[in-house]
Design a protein around this ligand. Structure first.
Ligand SMILES: O=C(O)c1cc(=O)[nH]c(=O)n1[C@@H]1O[C@H](COP(=O)(O)O)[C@@H](O)[C@H]1O
Length: 239
């Protein structure tokens, strides 16, 4: 995979105009664009087609978590929308992920489309060990162990990869093998601001740990020259 393909630019903006401006500017310098809850819910699903029409691939980040039938139907909608990737919460369970994976494949086959890459979010980077035990009632297990077990469950259910913190990449790679996709946020080149990200790694470190894709937002979008910032990251990944 080319270095540029590994970068997923987070379109964390409120309007269609701002998003499409970034797509026009950066489509030749990144591999895909992530549309999250803010942008998707303010513009509607047509934003996926608009980005595709400009030549950009889309990761729809809506983190589905519901009963199996509801999530599988949402997955069919994602397939028809033409997104490149989308995600669900692994915490939704094995049957939810199994049915989703099955229905996405069927829908793509019926319509002659390429199936999107399904991803499971393991433990959010914002969840601490204390919250895991005291609020989510997952006792006696470290965050990393939970992330690995859920990644294995996702793989067994037919899901193609995970979104996880850089700190869990190595253990998940070891448990799930080379073909399982690993997408990681919390990426900061040495020259950029940390902002509110706490547990960070550089793009190169994430690659060495075994990540396939990196979700990067502000280090590119808030740079004085976003194209240059993307190119600099690509050089670092290639170096
Ligand atoms: O699901 C995500 O993409 C995500 C999960 C997570 O645990 N942490 C995290 O930062 N993200 C997202 O990754 C992106 C990071 O953006 P920057 O911090 O601007 O690079 C944002 O869109 C976050 O919402």
């Amino acid at each position: 995979m080319q270095a540029k393909e590994r970068i997923i630019l987070a379109l964390d903006v409120a309007t269609r105009e701002e998003a499409l401006q970034l797509v026009k500017e950066l489509k030749d310098h990144v591999g895909a664009f992530k549309i999250g809850m803010q942008l998707f819910n303010s513009t509607g699903p047509d934003i996926v087609k608009a980005v595709n029409d400009l030549g950009g691939r889309v990761f729809v980040d809506l983190k589905f978590h519901d009963i199996p039938n509801t999530v599988a139907e949402a997955g069919k909608v994602m397939t028809r929308l033409g997104c490149y990737m989308f995600n669900v919460h692994a915490a939704g369970g094995r049957e939810m992920m199994r049915k989703l994976a099955e229905e996405v494949e069927k829908e793509a086959q019926n319509l002659g489309l390429i199936p999107p890459i399904t991803l499971a979010v393991t433990v959010l980077t914002s969840i601490s060990q204390r919250e895991l035990e005291e609020d989510m009632l997952i006792k006696g297990l470290q965050v990393e162990e939970v992330a690995v077990r859920w990644a294995v469950m996702a793989k067994e259910a037919g899901i193609k990869g995970v979104v996880c913190s850089p700190h869990e990449i190595r253990a998940i790679r070891e448990a799930c093998g080379p073909d399982f996709k690993i997408v990681t946020p919390g990426i900061r080149p040495a020259w950029s601001e940390k902002n509110d990200q706490k547990r960070i790694t550089t793009p190169k470190e994430a690659l060495e740990l075994g990540a396939d894709y990196m979700v990067i937002g502000r280090p590119i979008t808030k740079a004085d020259n976003p194209k240059e910032a993307a190119q600099k990251i690509i050089k670092e990944l290639e170096g």
